[in-house]
Ligand binder design. Structure first.
Ligand code: CS2
Length: 494
């Protein structure tokens, strides 16, 4: 039966003061929803979004164009309660990744809409550039924060700064144009799941600019604003079942997104060129986002990763299925309340126990099919901030971290690419080749395998890796998990 739809505030305005890099499901169901709410409430349509996909989704970009840049978001509280919205704030969609459909060599060409994007970024009306390019899209070493100058993508941007492929490269090229024309830099607002994500964005951009032009780098460092922000909202990849479910509600939209109803956005208030006055729409403006980010990464995202690496190899498919198990729910409670809690200074007014319980309730949302393999992606980029900062803090106090030790054992097992029934799966991670090599070399020797993983100093802080007690705990957990199975490993822990 058709379900009522909240429709966009008004017609397209062409006033695109926000440019987004990383047009994907999360952006469509989070930042765009906040701006849509803002436009509807305030009637101010001067803030619209030009959104660019830099990597893989040419079909999404073209699909949005065909649909007149309108799409739907279905926000589910549970399988019974849904709000359907049509979103109209993304008024332009661009694609700068590799277009596999063209090019005589069949390899595709880069940068179809790159010039349009750079022109848009360099235009004086562009005030804010938001980013959801994932952790690896910053091209920083997760442990040291240094630019990965030898990465082939970054090397290509250094060699050809006017034809950039990466987000930092695109930002540097656009800022160079602005500087040359005497236009102040836009504010760069990172919306990726990293502590100090604004500082990460600044580092990536300034370090890349230094490779090209020290004066430009100095100007960006001096004049640029890079506030940090914490974003929250669970947006699983769409499945056929999701499209069918929406169809039953009267929505046949290939660009639709299913998400949970919960949304949070906490932003540092540093916007020299202005911003939408969006606090009445739920955006929380603060001076320092760090406590919010640490809370979310070490409670929500860390729990997600625990479920992913322990659950996926057991054939558990989704977060919902995982938290339906008593022992995994107990693990998460134990981890959040006993292990993570003492490492956190919670934001004022937020109670840790209430927050932890609300996370378990969100994970138990039966209307979302949030696949554990989706969360397991890019562990090398995610684990430092989700698990290892807190674990290092505990180590400094002489405390162990049994839940994270088991999590790491699960991660090492996961990266073998084979589940407990012998089925293989793709390990999607920038370090996947290194993982495969370690498993090939040490797969039969748990001790050597665990120490080789802990020795990856771009993932595991060296002080933690050098702690014999911690290494011993990970090894014991790995043995228990692989020899006795998950049930026994969890029973031992809790
Ligand atoms: C998840 C996040 O895929 C993942 O790693 O942990 O995408 C998570 O769903 C969001 O950060 C929730 O805000």
């Amino acid at each position: 039966m058709p379900h009522p739809v909240v429709v966009p505030a008004g017609p397209r305005t062409g006033s695109l003061r926000i440019v987004h890099l990383g047009l994907g499901a999360f952006h469509r169901a989070h930042q765009a929803v906040y701006l849509e709410r803002y436009r509807q409430r305030s009637g101010d349509t001067s803030w619209g979004i030009c959104s660019a996909n830099l990597r893989s989704s040419i079909a999404l970009v073209d699909g949005l164009r065909e649909a007149g840049h309108r799409y739907h978001v279905a926000q589910f509280t549970d399988s019974e309660t849904v709000t359907l919205r049509e979103i109209g704030v993304i008024e332009e969609a661009l694609f700068t990744g590799k277009d596999r459909l063209t090019g005589r060599d069949g390899q595709g060409r880069w940068g179809r809409d790159l010039e349009a994007l750079l022109a848009r970024l360099a235009a004086p009306e562009t005030r804010i550039v938001t980013l959801t390019v994932t952790e690896k899209g910053y091209f920083l070493n997760p442990a040291s924060g240094m630019l990965l100058a030898d990465d082939p993508m970054i090397a290509a941007d250094i060699a050809a700064p006017e034809a950039p492929r990466t987000a930092p490269g695109i930002l540097v090229a656009a800022l160079a144009r602005r500087r040359a024309r005497g236009i102040a830099p836009f504010t760069v607002l990172s919306c990726d799941n990293m502590p100090d994500n604004g500082r990460c964005a600044r580092h990536a951009v300034v370090q890349l600019a230094e490779r090209q032009d020290a004066t430009l780098a100095g100007w960006i460092e001096r004049e640029g604003a890079f506030p940090s922000s914490m974003v929250d909202g669970i947006v699983p990849a769409m499945t056929e079942a999701d499209f069918a479910r929406l169809s039953a509600l009267g929505i046949d939209d290939p660009n639709a997104v299913v998400a949970e109803a919960y949304l949070q956005w906490v932003v540092e208030d540093d916007f020299p060129l202005g911003r939408p006055d969006w606090t009445a729409d739920g955006v929380v403006m603060v001076a320092d986002v760090a406590p919010f980010e640490a809370m979310k990464l070490r409670l929500l995202n860390a729990s997600h990763s625990l479920l992913a690496y322990l659950g996926a190899p057991e054939g558990i498919e989704t977060v919902y299925e995982a938290v339906s198990r008593d022992d995994l729910r107990t693990l998460l409670r134990h981890y959040m309340l006993e292990e993570a809690a003492p490492t956190l200074v919670m934001p004022e007014g937020t109670d840790l126990e209430t927050y932890a319980e609300s996370l378990l309730a969100r994970f138990a949302n039966d209307s979302l099919r949030h696949r554990l393999h989706q969360i397991a992606m890019d562990g090398s980029q995610k684990l430092p901030q989700r698990w290892l900062i807190g674990t290092s803090a505990r180590r400094e106090k002489g405390w162990g971290s049994p839940c994270i030790a088991l999590g790491l054992a699960g991660w090492i097992r996961y990266t073998a690419g084979r589940d407990t029934r012998g089925n293989t799966y793709v390990v999607d991670d920038p370090l996947a080749a290194r993982f495969a090599d370690l498993h090939a070399r040490h797969g039969q020797a748990p001790e050597a395998l665990v120490s080789a993983f802990l020795a990856m100093d771009d993932v595991v802080p060296s002080a933690l890796a050098a702690d014999a007690d911690f290494a011993e705990a990970v090894l014991a957990a790995y043995r228990r998990l692989t020899e006795q199975g998950l049930d026994a490993a969890l029973a031992h822990l809790t």
